[in-house]
Design a protein around this ligand. Sequence first.
Ligand code: SAM
Length: 253
Amino acid sequence: MRDSISDYDKYGGHYGGHRQGDPTIMKEMESVLGDARTILNVGAGAGSYEPLNRYVVAVEPSATMRRQRPSSLPPALVGTADQLPFDDESFDAAMAVLTIHHWPDLSKGLREVRRVTRGPVIIMTFDPNGTTEFWLKDYLPEMVEVEKARYPEIHLIKQAVGGECSDISIDVPLNCSDKFQVALYGRPEEFLREEVRNSQSAWKFLPDGVEEAFVEALEKDLESGAWDKKYGQFRNRPSIRCQLRLVVSTGVG
Ligand SMILES: C[S@@+](CC[C@H](N)C(=O)[O-])C[C@H]1O[C@@H](n2cnc3c(N)ncnc32)[C@H](O)[C@@H]1O
């Protein structure tokens, strides 16, 4: 399997530097967390979006990702979503941020997260059937296919996690500090940086040569002004509607 923990061990070395939790998105999460005091963060990585004012237990399988947790955050436990070392209903709330598409068994992982959580389970993900104005699709139709195949459909997530579920669409702000692909909609030059691309797992799924061809084409268009002529409006757009979603399960009760 290419999309694995070892990929994070191999390519995730710059993750913490480029994928910091964005305050606007964090606000949305905080409002769902409500008054939850104890939080489980599964697939916690370097700790993005972990609230500082609550008691957080982080679980993360990749050593490279765990090492990037800042000293201001508690260390993460070694573990995966499908086997959590906690009793039933141990936490007030749980979060799984941009991680479920890496899990080998989505249903098992989400059932497990639901089992150990009393209150809301928050899953941040991309809707593979959602629409976007993001220009990357014009350069890289292959990426659209890759992402569509990787992200579980929202109804399957809801079915797997159970409880009363809803989903919230999140607009991504310009200069979003969590540099997932669409977050760079107004900063095309960021795609020319290898370490930024390495902090985004999807590139490893493209056929050989496609990434290099994209970088070359984008660089040329930025130099000639062709990109700005066609997409320059994105540089100042305050936010973009895209496929980013928070799926929230409020508990089985
Ligand atoms: C895109 S990163 C997201 C990290 C963090 N949640 C964030 O938002 O910055 C995906 C994370 O999922 C972790 N992961 C992969 N397989 C997992 C599994 N089976 N259970 C839990 N986490 C997993 C990876 O090691 C990686 O740290």
